[in-house]
Design a protein around this ligand. Structure first.
Ligand SMILES: Cc1cc2nc3c(=O)[nH]c(=O)nc-3n(C[C@H](O)[C@H](O)[C@H](O)COP(=O)(O)OP(=O)(O)OC[C@H]3O[C@@H](n4cnc5c(N)ncnc54)[C@H](O)[C@@H]3O)c2cc1C
Length: 563
């Protein structure tokens, strides 16, 4: 708490470095907690509090005009909050002994010092620009600031850009793909992983890739950029490690970010294992007078308690609030991050929260084993009898020890984000799949179902944990000698089925039950796993050892080559 510790006992000085998500939140929250503090916000760029998340949509002309990206101006900060915002002022160093920072006014090159009682670092992150041959050729951009988006827009117009290469198929890469296509530019995404959206598990990302292809985006997966070369006609050739070459008028680098830690590092503050400024749960650094928030820090993962660096606007804003609170004597703690994220591309919503299966496996490899299971489901986003129901793909991860929800991913259209948001809250409350089963959610036919997808996910998982309907997963198929029972209709079976599977449609199951082996295991499947669940239950009640293959054919078709 600094309220009573300011120089001369009055006006404690809170200095904030970085004036966007984390910094601006911290500044305004500090003012709401103290009328007395002197608050100065230093921002080296030309704007304070702008909407970085809107930049791809400005490039794509959905957001018209730069002014729409500016959430607040220095004038508003001054008039409404009595906060001194200094744009184009770069903080160059911290003198921890004297509790001073050195600032350069970038317009005049004048340098000066300011004293602090509390210093908050919110310098964000910088886009990764790998040291590849040709990386500094014209026409290769990253997107982080309003000037970046302006440069990209100008380049498109001045060079009549018709073809673009996007390096990186994550959130920003996909948003840029959609927005460049919207401007009539044909786009190729080069992605090192074997699927787009590396933050998702393979089988959940497959429909995203198909959707991009259906919308005219070309994908070059499992390959990385090796170099950029200038062609004689002025455009670039992007050469890949696998020997491919893509001619392009515009290249966007969207391969991730690095926490901006130089100030902190030069000041001798602790830097963590993930390369971010190390803070405690009150956002305080290793110096008791210095706090840090946002993309620059590493914090605990809420589910695993491991250190992590999650560059998202929500955590940055919340951390800014918490830093302001703890600076001004409130007992606030940051709970950790859950990686709750959403992205829209060509009408598809891709959302996730908590741990993916990949993340769980990586943790296991590093010695932190989590006993988990998963379920797949493909529910409608609202009641099927109401016109317009669209299916979404969902994957839920949960602990087999206590049923605690560990993570979820969903890909669909309307209502997809809502389900992941509710699961995110469930994770933060320490909820189990039994809580999901019992959750009471609002329902009318155009919004959901009496058994919401959220409830159904919990029911399937709870049925598995209770042993009522144990699940089986496609990737284990090679290791089983079980009898495979396809319970779809003959026409569905004829259109494609698992090798060796026997077809007994669900409605004939009871009358043909004597065709099934009474010893050994039976694995049931259908299109999405619902009819085969009914079949597995009926068989188990008739003393067969049956398990349901989670997610049915829909999941199977997406597993290549993960099987
Ligand atoms: C194109 C794009 C789209 C995004 N979309 C989403 C989204 O949809 N959802 C989501 O959750 N997140 C999204 N993000 C991420 C989100 O914007 C960031 O996580 C968030 O802005 C981080 O806030 P921050 O305060 O840590 O850093 P920033 O918002 O980057 O602010 C840091 C500021 O500090 C300034 N600064 C740095 N060093 C100094 C210094 N020494 N002196 C003075 N000033 C300094 C920088 O100029 C910068 O303006 C997106 C990011 C980008 C780039």
């Amino acid at each position: 708490m600094i309220e009573d510790r300011g120089p001369n006992g009055d006006k404690p000085r809170i200095l904030i470095v970085g004036g966007v998500a984390g910094g601006a939140s911290c500044a305004t929250r500090a003012r709401r907690l103290s009328e007395k503090a002197k608050i100065i916000l230093f921002e080296r760029g030309p704007y304070v509090s702008f909407a970085n998340c809107g930049l791809p949509y400005y490039v794509g002309d959905i957001i018209s005009g730069e002014q729409k990206l500016i959430v607040a101006t220095p004038q508003l900060f001054r008039d409404r909050f009595n906060i001194d915002v200094r744009l184009e002022h770069n903080v160059v160093s911290i003198d921890r002994t004297k509790q001073e920072i050195e600032v350069e006014d970038l317009k005049t090159s004048n340098r000066y010092r300011e004293k602090y009682d509390a210093l908050v670092l919110a310098p964000g992150a910088s886009p990764i620009r790998p040291a590849l041959p040709g990386i500094n050729l014209p026409g290769i951009y990253s997107l982080r600031t309003i000037p970046d988006s302006r440069d990209i827009r100008n380049w498109i117009v001045q060079h009549n850009a018709r073809k673009a290469v996007i390096v990186g198929g994550g959130f920003i890469g996909l948003e840029m793909a959609e927005n460049l296509v919207r401007r009539g530019i044909s786009v190729t995404i080069i992605e090192m992983q074997n699927h787009v959206m590396p933050a998702l598990d393979y089988e959940m990302a497959v429909p995203v890739g198909s959707h991009l292809l259906a919308n005219g985006v070309s994908l070059n997966l499992g390959d990385a950029v090796a170099e950029f070369q200038q062609n004689v006609d002025g455009n670039l050739a992007v050469k890949t490690k696998l020997g491919k070459s893509f001619t392009t008028d515009l290249t966007i680098l969207a391969i991730g970010i690095r926490p901006e830690i130089s100030l902190a590092q030069n000041a001798g503050l602790d830097i963590g294992v993930r390369g971010g400024i190390r803070v405690d749960d009150r956002m305080r650094t290793s110096d008791e007078h210095i706090w840090a928030v946002g993309d620059a820090v590493e914090v605990h993962d809420y589910v695993t308690e491991e250190w992590t660096n999650i560059p998202l606007a929500g955590p940055a804003n919340r951390q800014g609030r918490i830093a302001a609170g703890t600076i001004l004597g409130r007992d606030f703690k940051f709970r950790g991050v859950q990686s709750t994220a959403v992205c829209g591309v060509f009408g598809l919503t891709i959302a996730s929260t908590g741990l993916t299966e990949n993340a769980i496996k990586r943790l296991s490899d590093s010695g932190k084993k989590i006993n988990y299971d998963k379920v797949y489901l493909y529910p409608g986003h609202h009641a099927s009898y109401y016109p317009g129901a669209k299916n979404m793909a969902m994957k839920l991860m949960f602990s087999t020890e206590d049923g605690r929800v560990l993570g979820a991913q969903a890909v669909g259209e309307e209502g997809t984000d809502k389900r992941i948001d509710v699961i995110s809250m469930a994770i933060q409350s320490g909820a189990t799949v039994y809580d999901l089963e019992e959750a009471e959610l609002c329902y009318a036919p155009q919004f959901g179902a009496a058994k919401d997808p959220f409830n159904i996910a919990g029911m399937i998982a709870a049925n598995a944990l209770r042993g009522d309907s144990p699940t089986f997963h496609w990737e284990d198929m090679a290791n089983t000698k079980a009898f495979i029972l396809d319970v779809r209709n003959p026409s569905e079976y004829a259109a494609g089925h698992i090798e060796g599977a026997i077809n007994i449609p669900l409605n004939e199951l009871r009358s043909r039950i004597n065709e099934l082996p009474s010893d050994g295991e039976i694995l049931t499947y259908c299109t999405v796993g619902q009819r085969s669940y009914y079949a597995a239950r009926a068989l188990r009640l008739n003393n067969f050892n049956a398990r349901n293959i989670s997610g049915g054919m829909y999941t199977y078709e997406k597993m290549e080559p993960a099987k």
